[in-house]
Design a protein around this ligand. Structure first.
Ligand code: AMP
Ligand code: FES
Ligand code: ZN
Length: 291
């Protein structure tokens, strides 16, 4: 297979886009993909001071490398969660990443707040990950605010967004919409803007980029992470319907207003996502109820 752009040997066939590319053309393509996404959804601005949260995994390593490539003003933050060897390996990796990119790295340790995730594990068992998420969000936000950063950027991928949505909808839980958006503006002065510059990018795309560019990352998985069942389902759908995940998040975003603008019906006062609620519109269209 040959590269569609330059004719050299292709290393990847991107089914979602219907093209095959060589190493060099893939890197250019990938960087442009992220750049376009950041611009289109106004995820981050060039004059903002960004704190990039890095875990040592391929997704946040790729994110940091692209931000550097695109000329963003940023520093990195790694949180040592105290998960034994996994945390040690992650820390070594982000230190290498910091050197590789020549970007400052801040390291904060959960232990300084009096506990580790391994200790939490003994108490919370299966709920460890949600506790861990709370700790990470708290520390990222507080550190960013206290150190004058405008935005916290995380490496959440398109699969993270889709799996989060499907898992919650399938479980009958009311979804927390903010988690689905590429950028969250603060609703309180203590909150720092959150951005997901990779929200349209897939894990496979990130993986190819870090491999081609030799960007430091670790394959180590958190020992407490549950089986990624939803992600496996998404990969299977993606295999049969290339482009599914990207279309899915774009579709979700198009529905953002429906999610966000919960208002009250001007006729009956019940919850509504438009001026007049669907029930009042229904009544007026069928019976002798006039709006
Ligand atoms: P996860 O919650 O592990 O799926 O990670 C989602 C994103 O959160 C990553 O892409 C990183 O941006 C960030 N993150 C996860 N773990 C850490 C960590 N230990 N330190 C800093 N950022 C992290
Ligand atoms: Fe948080 Fe595994 S990284 S529980
Ligand atoms: Zn090429």
């Amino acid at each position: 297979m040959k590269c569609k752009k330059c004719g050299k040997k292709a290393i990847a066939h991107l089914k979602a886009y219907g093209i095959a590319l060589c190493e060099e053309c893939y890197s250019d393509f990938y960087i442009r993909l992220v750049k376009r996404s950041i611009k289109r959804y106004r995820i981050m601005k060039k004059n903002e001071r960004v704190l990039a949260a890095v875990s040592g995994g391929k997704d946040s390593s790729a994110m940091a490398a692209v931000l550097k490539e695109l000329g963003y003003d940023f520093e990195m933050l790694y949180i040592d969660l105290g998960i034994g060897e996994y945390s040690e390996e992650s820390e070594r990796t982000v230190k290498n990443l910091s050197e590789f990119l020549d970007v400052d790295l801040n390291i904060l340790r959960l232990k300084e707040y009096g506990f580790t995730i391994s200790e939490l594990r003994r108490k919370w068992r299966r709920k460890t990950c949600s506790g861990c998420g709370i700790a990470k969000r708290y520390i990222m936000n507080r550190f960013a605010r206290e150190n004058g950063f405008d935005v916290v950027a995380t490496g959440h991928t398109v699969e993270d967004i889709v799996s989060f949505y499907l898992k919650n909808v399938a479980g009958g839980t009311k979804i927390w919409v903010e988690k689905l958006l590429p950028r969250n503006e603060p609703f309180d002065e203590k909150i720092v803007t959150r951005a997901k510059p990779m929200f349209e990018i897939s894990e496979k795309e990130n993986m190819l980029f870090v491999l081609i560019r030799n960007i430091p990352f670790t394959m180590a998985d958190c020992p407490y992470a549950p089986k990624p069942e939803w992600k496996e389902i998404i990969y299977e759908i993606e295999r049969r319907k290339p482009g599914f995940s990207k279309n899915f998040v774009r579709g979700l975003l198009a529905k953002k207003h429906e999610f966000q603008e919960i208002r009250h019906c001007s006729v009956c006062g019940e919850i509504s996502n438009s001026d007049i609620c669907a029930f009042c519109r229904l009544r007026s269209s069928v019976g002798d109820f006039h709006l």
